[in-house]
Each structure stands twice: as C-alpha cells, then as structure tokens.
Design a protein around this ligand. Structure first.
Ligand SMILES: [Zn+2]
Length: 318
C-alpha cells in the first residue's frame, strides 16, 4: 500500500490503529466476562478475578502488562489466562484489517466523515462479533445486545457501505424467518426439539443487515463447513465433545431450582438441548455461533474478492 494514508505516514496510521485495537481488545475481555453474568461492563473498574483486588492502571496495559508480569497477577500471583492477551491481539489485528479495507474500498474523493464512519462502524461490528463468539463458546448463548444491536447498526450504516436498502432489509428479515421456520418450527415438529438456536437466527439476520443475501449464504456455508471441521477436530483430540464448564454449572443450578419446585426452571429444562446433553441422553454439540461469526468476518474481509469467483463457478462449473 501507499507510504502515506490520509497525508500521514502509513506505518504511523497502522501502528496507531493497532494500539487503538489493543485497547478495545482489553475492553472486550471485560465484556466477555461480565455480559453473560448480567454485570455492568463499565463499572466497577477491572479487578483481579482471583483475589478481587482492583487492577492498577499500569498493570492493565494490553499485552505489555502480561509480558512484564510473566502471566501472573501482581496482587496475588494467580496465573492470568492467556485468553486475555489473545483477545487483545485479535482487537489490534482486526483494527488494522478494518483500516486496510476502508482505505482500499473508499473512493479517493470520499469526505473524511464517511471514512471515519466506515472505520468506526465496521470495527464496532468486529468487536461485537468477537465478544459474541467467546461468550457463545463458553456459555452457549448469543446476547441480543450484540446480535440485534449489530443488525440495527448494519441497517443504519447501509449508506456508508453503499449497500442496497432492499437487499439488506429483505436478507436480514428473510434469514431470520427462514432459520426460525426450518429449525424451530419444522424441525421441532419432526424431532421434538429445536435444531438451531434463535441466537443463530439473529446472527444470520445481522449478516443480512450488513452484507445482503450473499453475506448470509457465505456465512452459513463457510460457518457450517468450519463448524463441521471444528467438531471433528475436537472429537479426535478430546474423544468426545464436552459441554463448557459454565454451561454445566448453569444446568446444575437449574436442576437444583427445579427440584425445589421452581416451575420456570422445570419448563426451561424441558426444552434445553444442553440439559439433555448434560444428562447423557444425547451427544453434546459444539456451539455454532462462533463458526457463523467466523464466516461473517471472513465475508467482511474477503467477500468482495472471493464472491465473484464463487458465483462464477456456480454459473459455469466446467
Ligand atoms: Zn489477585
């Protein structure tokens, strides 16, 4: 790419974007930990998960603090999960990635506010999706704040990306209704339980709101292929697919409430596939959300490059 971006040396802009992304990655760690527990993501300030002491600002520098402290908390010496650093680095890399696609895809004469809006909105999408992927992986839940909020952000920023209103609106609603019909209506009638969560349907609605019908198809197929591979690898490595620890604890808690006579817990247990897997009636499945998210992110970065080839191949496969 050019040596200069927006009149500033390119290495400076990229470096700035990376540090900006690391800081947001650090915030993502807070969101991933607190959102599924129903806690506020802004207060109280960070504290050590082991001994609950507040983390000092100079010990809260992304990546650097982890390296300086050799992966142990200064307060009590408890080991810090490498996941914190991984999430921070993902934030940094996605920020640089979004900068690159914004520079490559915005017309040269575009006004500054449009470039800024394109960067902020697409980086916000990335952050939301990464948080949702980790939360779904650990809790088997996709928060509405992210899936529905992300879909609304996608629809609202349609003009920024030069997308077609009709395409994004119809794809978003269409994807949601299709998944609901296939997996929550038809599948339920045939098999007596749901095949795909409504969280996944909302995630596909998000893909439609951002990328239209092509994005929905890409995310679904790329997600399904990678999900199948992921599930295969997990079976090979671990022997069987285990429910995440957090989900096991949640099911056990619901069981306890149900035994105490809580009608709501009884009702929830009846329809929860995780509860069946927990009791050994059926094989646990890995959550699909992280793979749908992977497919959606791949479409954001690669879609305009690979989609013409895929469509061309479908039309003339010889
Ligand atoms: Zn501590």
């Amino acid at each position: 790419m050019d040596v200069v971006i927006f009149g500033v040396p390119a290495w400076m802009v990229r470096g700035g974007a990376f540090v900006f992304g690391l800081l947001w990655g650090s915030f993502l760690n807070v969101v991933i930990y607190r959102l599924p527990l129903g806690l506020s993501v802004v207060s109280p300030p960070s504290h050590c998960p082991a001994c609950k002491k507040p983390v000092r600002p100079y010990d809260n520098i992304p990546v650097v603090s982890y390296a300086v402290l050799l992966g142990r908390a200064r307060c009590c010496g408890a080991p810090m999960s490498p996941r914190y650093v991984i999430v921070e680095l993902i934030g940094g890399l996605l920020s640089v990635g979004v900068l690159e696609i914004v520079v490559a895809r915005t017309p040269p004469a575009a006004p500054g506010w449009l470039i800024l809006a394109a960067f902020v909105s697409q980086f916000a999408l990335c952050l939301g999706l990464v948080a949702a992927a980790f939360i779904d992986w650990e809790h088997m839940i996709l928060p509405d704040e992210i899936t529905l909020g992300g879909a609304i952000l996608g629809l609202a920023t349609t003009p920024v990306r030069g997308a077609e209103w009709v395409d994004v609106l119809a794809s978003s609603i269409g994807a949601y209704v299709l998944v609901w019909f296939l997996f929550n209506f038809l599948y339920k009638k045939l098999r007596g339980r749901t095949g795909m969560g409504m969280g996944d349907a909302k995630l596909l609605a998000l893909a439609g709101a951002w990328f239209g019908w092509k994005g929905v198809c890409f995310a679904l197929f790329a997600g399904a292929i990678q999900g199948t591979l992921g599930s295969l690898v997990m079976r090979l490595v671990k022997g069987k697919i285990e429910l995440p620890e957090a989900v096991k604890a949640e099911v056990a808690e619901m069981r306890r409430l149900a035994e105490e006579g809580d009608e709501e817990a009884k009702e929830a247990l009846l329809h929860d596939p995780a509860a069946e897997a927990h009791d050994g009636f059926m094989q646990a499945a890995i959550p699909f959300g992280p793979f749908l998210i992977l497919g959606t992110l791949e479409y954001l970065f690669l879609g305009p490059h690979v989609m013409p080839h895929i469509l061309g191949f479908l039309v003339t496969p010889w």
